[in-house]
Write a protein that binds this ligand. Structure first.
Ligand code: AR6
Length: 180
């Protein structure tokens, strides 16, 4: 499913983000930047050790105490088809009373800003925070889509943003949110 937003195409697909060809795919990482399960594990497994080496360098230089929730950093794509990986940290769901929504917005927005700053044109997102971090996907999908749409309406340098949903159910939830 594809929608036009400003100058860009916003696309929803069901699939594995590690197979996507794009200027950047986004990693739903944790603050350590040293890997984990879910999409993070899949990206490091398929992308190979170069990505982890670059993450370690970022920790040693820019973020010695870890990447704060809502921030984003970029590495190469290693062995992936994607040229780069943008690593961001979504919020852990704590019941909705702890600024989770604002932090989720920041994760999407800071990732998009970094992509533009690096001159990237195509970027693919997973559903940040809705796996291990427990964010209810209906609410997260609305925030994700609204944040990306608002960004694309003001910023004409991105050409394509793809949401890569891992399950049929996640895909249906995002599709419903995109249509309303
Ligand atoms: N392609 C696309 N989506 C995927 C893939 C994939 N290959 N694999 C999983 N997903 P999660 P979070 C979906 O848990 O909730 C990690 O351990 C998955 O079905 O990966 O932000 C990190 O190191 C779900 O819908 O990320 C952190 O510690 C979505 O990606 C923590 O998990 C996000 O699930 C981050 O938790």
């Amino acid at each position: 499913m594809e929608f036009q937003v400003g100058n860009a195409k916003l696309e929803l697909i069901k699939g594995d983000i590690t197979d996507v060809e794009a200027d950047a795919i986004v990693n739903a990482a944790n603050s350590t930047l040293l890997g984990g399960g879910g999409v993070d594990g899949a990206i490091h497994r398929k992308g190979g050790p170069k990505i982890l080496e670059e993450c370690k360098l970022i920790r040693a230089t820019e973020w010695p105490d870890g990447l704060p929730t809502g921030k984003a950093v970029i590495t190469s794509g290693g062995n992936l088809k994607a040229k780069h990986v943008i690593h961001t940290v979504g919020p852990v769901w704590l019941g909705g009373f702890h600024v989770e929504a604002e932090l989720l917005k920041q994760a999407y927005r800071n990732t998009l800003k970094l992509a533009v700053a690096k001159g990237l044109k195509t970027i693919a997102f997973p559903s940040i925070s809705t796996g291990a971090y427990g964010y209810p996907i209906e609410e997260a999908s609305r925030i994700a889509l609204a944040t990306v749409k608002a960004f694309l309406e003001k910023e004409d340098r991105l050409e394509r943003v793809i949401f890569v949903l891992f399950s049929e159910r996640d895909f249906e939830v995002y599709l419903k949110a995109a249509k309303t």
